[in-house]
Structure formats: structure tokens, C-alpha cells
Design a binder for this molecule. Structure first.
Ligand SMILES: [Zn+2]
Ligand SMILES: [Zn+2]
Length: 506
């Protein structure tokens, strides 16, 4: 286990899922701690603005009010409001338009920058091929089966078109390009959370492959032939509406992809030699985002040297050939995702920092809300992830750590993880952390963040003290069957529990 990954675990253990309420303040570097109260207030105001937008059904284009209106509505100073607006803008939930008829305008969020930041974060903490393929095996067969169930004539045309393009691209080196069929099936599943997660996972896979030193021509050709056959089989099963076959062929294909990744592992280039390069290709991305992506890649190429100065502002202006305004916006994005920060004064410049995922988690949760993720969508993807983590943890149930940590998490059920949040998430986070798969920990944090934001801002009955006792009891029963090694019963209890939970989300 890498040091960085150990860091993730301790962070999650200290601040479990649901602590997102205070997370927007945590992107600040530690030496700005004196500003914490104002930051915290700004983060709270940002959350209230976002909650208002969600409650109003996300009316894209609506003007929420002028700066003055908003200062009055939320009762804060101009500087706090401006900081809150910056957060809301980073989340791509709304943007401030200056001038007459201006004000804070609701926008359509785009998960692109957050997706790229999360991909780079997962790379940074050293996600292994096993973790990656485990997550894909949990989510993609589910997506294929849902796609088979829901596919339309238009979907069929898009699937056939994509396969034809794959055949046409035969001459190009195909292994390092993103596996688009998987993303399309994610989209056709009709579940925005599955679509987003599969997008992240396929990007990670292609970056993993692109950092391998060398693949022989024969290996490449053999790899492509088997992929194309599998893709054809998956596509035909989806088109025919055969849910079982769609899931089965997808699993089989992913097992083959996993084998391939394993054989590549020995050839993996050191991080410093990695090709990077998948962040700058995004069509329609703003110039500042593109530049932030290039700087991201440069940091990854250099092996993520924390504390290293990449250059002064004028060095970077010359290196990237952009205006000061564009560079500053790019730096703000990098600072937001804790990838690098600008240090002023002599010896200053853009300093590499350790990235952390909180900002991306918030953005993705909001994006899924905007995409209209339903309680059933959430339940389905949460079930896939949590049954996966349950299986992993069951395999190591004799480790005393398992019983100790889960028991401790259950004991703190009625202790909120943050103001207005329930402590019930701790049990689920702890299971994910114990599974040892950082990608599952992150995906679960996105889902529970979304969950908390929703249940905190709707009139639905939220779990009271009685509910907390019920939840505690259920968690104890899941733990008992887990420790007994009774996998069937443990899965049954987890599934019924998640079904009951989804009644609280509306
Ligand atoms: Zn594939
Ligand atoms: Zn629970």
C-alpha cells in the first residue's frame, strides 16, 4: 500500500461519508487557516444557494438575483458572498453575469473538469489494475443488462454505428484509445450515475494502458481481435434485449481486459515516464480548463513532485502561450482541486500539492442531481457497489480489524458526521474502506454526498431517533451475518436495507 493511499484511508476514517457539508472549505491550504470562519460561512452560503436551485427544479437560465439581492437574502458581507459565488461557479451550478440585467444565473453543470480531476486523483493515489477491474466488473454488467432492457431504435443505431467505426479504425493503434462502447452502454443504461462512473473507469483504464512502455504489434493485433468479437457479442445481446446474456458477455469481456492489463503490468513505465495526455482532448472545454489539463499532465509526467515549483507566473505565461487572465483561471481550477497552488513572493510560483477529491465529489454529486438521477438509479448503483465491498470484506472476516472497525462505526450511528448529517453512513464508508478499493470508496462518497444534499433539502421525513435505532439494529445484523460468513444472508440484509433507505430520497 502506498503512503498516499494510507492517507486516503485515514482521511476517510476521520471524516466519513457525509462530512461533505464542510468539504468546500478543505481545498484551502493549511496556512490559510486564519481565514477558516469566513471560508466556512462562504461554503455554507454556497450550499444554501445550491439547495435553493435543486429545490426549484434546476431552472437553467433563471436569474437568482443581483449581488446585492443575494447579500440581503443570505445575510452576509460582500466578500463572503463573492467567495460563495466562486464555489458555486466551480461546481458549475450558477455563474455571475455583470452589467444590467445581470446577476447570479443558474447554469447547466458539466462534470468534465471534475471527472478529469478524479481520474488524476485516482492515478495519483496509485490505483491498481485489480481495483479498477473489480469496480468495472461490479458496474458494467449491470449497465449492460439495464441497457438491454431499455434500448431504443435510436440506441440501436448508435451501437451499430460505433461498432462500424471500431472496424474502420482498425489500422490505428487502438489499445490506448478510450473504449467508447463501454461508455455508450453506460449511457444507454439510462442511469446517470452508472454512466458517469463507467466514464471515469474507462478513462482510468486507457490512461493505465497508455503509461505502459511498449506493446508489441502482435499483442496489439490479438488484443483488438478479441475485443471486437466481444464487443459484437455484447452489442447483439443488448440489441436483442437479452439482459442475462448482455451482463454475461460483458463480465467475460472485462475478465479478458483484466488479464490483458495484468500482462501489461510488468511493463508499466514509471509514473514519471507516463504518457498522460487524455485531459486536453475535451471538445468544447474552456481554454482555462485545457491549460489546467496540460499543467495536470505535466505534473503527472514529472512523477507528481509535491513541493516542486513548476515556474513563476511569467514562466508559465511563456510556456503555455496564453493571457494572464486565462492562466489565472487555470490556476484557480488547479487550486480548487488541490493539484497545485500559486505561492507569491520571492522563490514563489506554481507549487505542486497533493491532490484530494473533495471538490470533485461535490461537483459530481451536484451534476448527478442535475441529470435527474432517480432514487431507483441510486439504489441500483449503490447496491452493486455495496454488495461488492461486502464480498471483499467477507473474504477477510477473520482479520480482527474488520469486526473492530465496523463495530466502532455502528456505535457512532447517532453521532452526526457533520451538522445536519446522519452518522449512519459511517458503517457503509467503513465497509468500503475495509474492501481496500479506493475507487469504490470514492464512488460511494459521491452517492452519499448526493443523498445527504437531497434528504437535507427536501420535505421528506428524515430519519429521526427511532430510525437511527432501526438503522443501528440493521447494521448489527448485517455485520453478524458477515462475521458468520453467511454470504447469502449478508447480501439479502444489505439489499433490503438499501431498498428501505431509498424511500427517504425524493
Ligand atoms: Zn471493451
Ligand atoms: Zn445503513
Amino acid at each position: 500500500m502506498s503512503i498516499a493511499r494510507a492517507g486516503l484511508e485515514s482521511e476517510v476514517a476521520d471524516e466519513p461519508v457525509g462530512a461533505g457539508g464542510s468539504s468546500p472549505t478543505r481545498f484551502r491550504p493549511a496556512d490559510d487557516a486564519a481565514d477558516a470562519p469566513a471560508d466556512k460561512l462562504a461554503a455554507q452560503v454556497a450550499q444554501r444557494i445550491e439547495a435553493d436551485i435543486i429545490r426549484n427544479g434546476w431552472p437553467v437560465g433563471d436569474v437568482l438575483g443581483s449581488e446585492q439581492d443575494l447579500q440581503g437574502r443570505y445575510g452576509v458581507s460582500r466578500s463572503v458572498l463573492r467567495e460563495a459565488v466562486r464555489l458555486v461557479e466551480h461546481h458549475q451550478v450558477a455563474g455571475m453575469r455583470r452589467g444590467p440585467g445581470g446577476g447570479l444565473i443558474v447554469s447547466a453543470p458539466d462534470a468534465g473538469p471534475a471527472t478529469r480531476a478524479l481520474v488524476i486523483y485516482l492515478e495519483f493515489i496509485g490505483l491498481g489494475a485489480e481495483d479498477l477491474m473489480q469496480a468495472r466488473l461490479l458496474l458494467e454488467p449491470l449497465a449492460a443488462s439495464l441497457a438491454a432492457d431499455r434500448v431504443t431504435e435510436e440506441g440501436i443505431a448508435r451501437l451499430r454505428d460505433l461498432l462500424a467505426q471500431e472496424v474502420a479504425r482498425d489500422e490505428e493503434p487502438g489499445l490506448d484509445s478510450q473504449d467508447l462502447l463501454h461508455v455508450l452502454i453506460g449511457e444507454l443504461s439510462g442511469n446517470p450515475a452508472l454512466h458517469l462512473f463507467i466514464d471515469v473507469l474507462t478513462r482510468l483504464t486507457s490512461r493505465y494502458v497508455s503509461t505502459t512502455r511498449r506493446i508489441t504489434k502482435d499483442e496489439l493485433a490479438a488484443g483488438k481481435a478479441t475485443s471486437r468479437e466481444s464487443h459484437l457479442a455484447i452489442t447483439e445481446a443488448v440489441i436483442a434485449g437479452d439482459t442475462g446474456r448482455a451482463a454475461g458477455t460483458t463480465s467475460q469481456h472485462l475478465v479478458e481486459v483484466g488479464e490483458k492489463l495484468r500482462t501489461l503490468r510488468g511493463k508499466r513505465a514509471p509514473r514519471a515516464g507516463g504518457a498522460g495526455g487524455s485531459t486536453a482532448e475535451v471538445p468544447g472545454a474552456k481554454l482555462a480548463e485545457v491549460i489546467a489539463g496540460r499543467i495536470h499532465d505535466e505534473i503527472a509526467r514529472r512523477g507528481w513532485p509535491i513541493g516542486h515549483v513548476l515556474g513563476s507566473e511569467s514562466d508559465l505565461l511563456a510556456r503555455y502561450g496564453v493571457s494572464r487572465a486565462v492562466l489565472r483561471e487555470a490556476v484557480r481550477l488547479l487550486e480548487y482541486h488541490a493539484v497545485a497552488r500559486m505561492r507569491r513572493g520571492p522563490g514563489g510560483g506554481l507549487v505542486v500539492t497533493a491532490p484530494e477529491p473533495d471538490a470533485s465529489i461535490d461537483t459530481m454529486a451536484l451534476y448527478l442531481d442535475y441529470r435527474g438521477v432517480t432514487p431507483e438509479d441510486l439504489r441500483a448503483v449503490r447496491e452493486a457497489i455495496e454488495l461488492g465491498t461486502l464480498g471483499q470484506v467477507m473474504a477477510r472476516r477473520d482479520d480482527p480489524d474488520v469486526s473492530d472497525r465496523l463495530t466502532a462505526a455502528i456505535a457512532r450511528t447517532d453521532e452526526p458526521t457533520a451538522p445536519g448529517r446522519t452518522g449512519a453512513d459511517r458503517f457503509h464508508t467503513e465497509l468500503a474502506v475495509l474492501s481496500g478499493n479506493p475507487v469504490l470508496v470514492l464512488f460511494l462518497r459521491i452517492l452519499t454526498e448526493l443523498w445527504s444534499r437531497h434528504t437535507a433539502n427536501t420535505a421528506s421525513p428524515t430519519p429521526g431517533p427511532d430510525a437511527a435505532a432501526t438503522v443501528e439494529h440493521i447494521h448489527k445484523r448485517i455485520l453478524q451475518s458477515l462475521l458468520d460468513g453467511d454470504e447469502g444472508v449478508a447480501r439479502h440484509r444489505m439489499r433490503r436495507h438499501l431498498e428501505a433507505l431509498s424511500a427517504w430520497y425524493d
